[in-house]
Design a protein around this ligand. Structure first.
Ligand code: JDN
Length: 277
């Protein structure tokens, strides 16, 4: 997979040299190219932004540097034998970045990232490149960064670890919280390792029992507890068929009941004490 990143802060992308993404590069699974947007400015101040039409706060990144940069980066990539580029634009107004989207992006041969600063990039840049390639505007969460570079690091890491031959164990994705295609997307519960006693704290006895069935059940109950506490939205949307009898007992003990009324809105479960207005 080829990755290009065009940014006014190339140093911000230095983490791509280390850790998992660095390993993927060393193993020849990733070919990363970071470019300084200001290389495509021709005035003495290397200007990349201007005031917004219609007024308002902040500055908007200009069409010209981005157009020149993307034309060059795309031409160089095609020249080097890459094909089917996709443009990835981090923005708080994008579609949510999910594990499902990470899988989709990991199946593409070439990703071109355009992390913006200020109030974002002139819309015509995306309209222009959308005529030539898929454009994914993505948000990594409901908070606002100062620019898209950190989001590029997040997306890149989520994608790189899915590439064949990057993680050691071929099965290491299967248990991921949010792995697509599992029967229920639950958050993973707590994990423990040696020593068995630390500062008078012991580990749950069941984990030492050697009883694999009981351990699996305990882990599943912990996952249900954690998911109801932190991500009730994930439970609400779960088809009751995704749960076995013991799951339903655990959910009931946690105060969750099937919601036949909510079903037509895709809400299959509710807390017992949540009553319809
Ligand atoms: O994902 B973000 O919070 C984000 C913020 C900004 C951005 C791109 C992404 N460009 C300017 C702010």
């Amino acid at each position: 997979m080829r990755l290009d990143v065009v940014t006014i802060f190339p140093e911000y992308l230095e983490p791509l040299d280390v850790s998992l993404v660095g390993k993927a590069r060393a193993r020849g699974r990733l070919d990363v190219h970071v470019h300084d947007l200001r290389a495509w400015t021709y005035d003495r101040h290397h200007t990349v932004d201007d005031t917004p039409y219609g007024g308002g706060p902040g500055m908007v990144m200009m069409t010209e540097p981005w157009g020149e940069a993307l034309d060059t980066v795309l031409a160089d990539g095609y020249e080097a034998g890459s094909h089917e580029p996709a443009l990835i634009v981090p923005t708080p107004s994008g579609r949510p970045f999910t594990q499902e989207l990470a899988v989709e992006l990991s199946e593409r041969p070439w990703l071109v990232f355009t992390p913006a600063r200020y109030e974002g990039i002139d819309r015509r840049v995306f309209d222009e490149y959308a005529t030539r390639m898929p454009v994914y505007e993505v948000s990594i969460g409901d908070y606002v960064l100062a620019g898209g570079e950190a989001a590029v690091l997040v997306i890149t890491e989520a994608v790189a670890r899915l590439l064949p031959g990057v993680l050691g164990n071929a099965e290491s994705h299967r248990d991921d919280s949010f792995a697509p295609g599992t029967m229920a997307n639950l958050l993973e519960g707590p994990v423990y390792t040696k020593p068995p006693r630390w500062r008078a704290r012991e580990i749950p006895e069941v984990l030492l029992s050697g009883h694999h069935g009981k351990i699996a059940r305990w882990r599943r109950d912990e996952a249900l507890k954690r998911t109801t506490a932190f991500r009730p939205d994930l439970i609400e949307r779960c088809d009751p068929k995704a749960f076995d009898k013991k799951d339903r007992e655990t959910l009931s003990a946690l105060g969750w009941v099937p919601d036949p009324e909510g079903e037509r809105y895709g809400r299959f479960w509710r807390r017992v004490d949540d009553v319809e207005e």
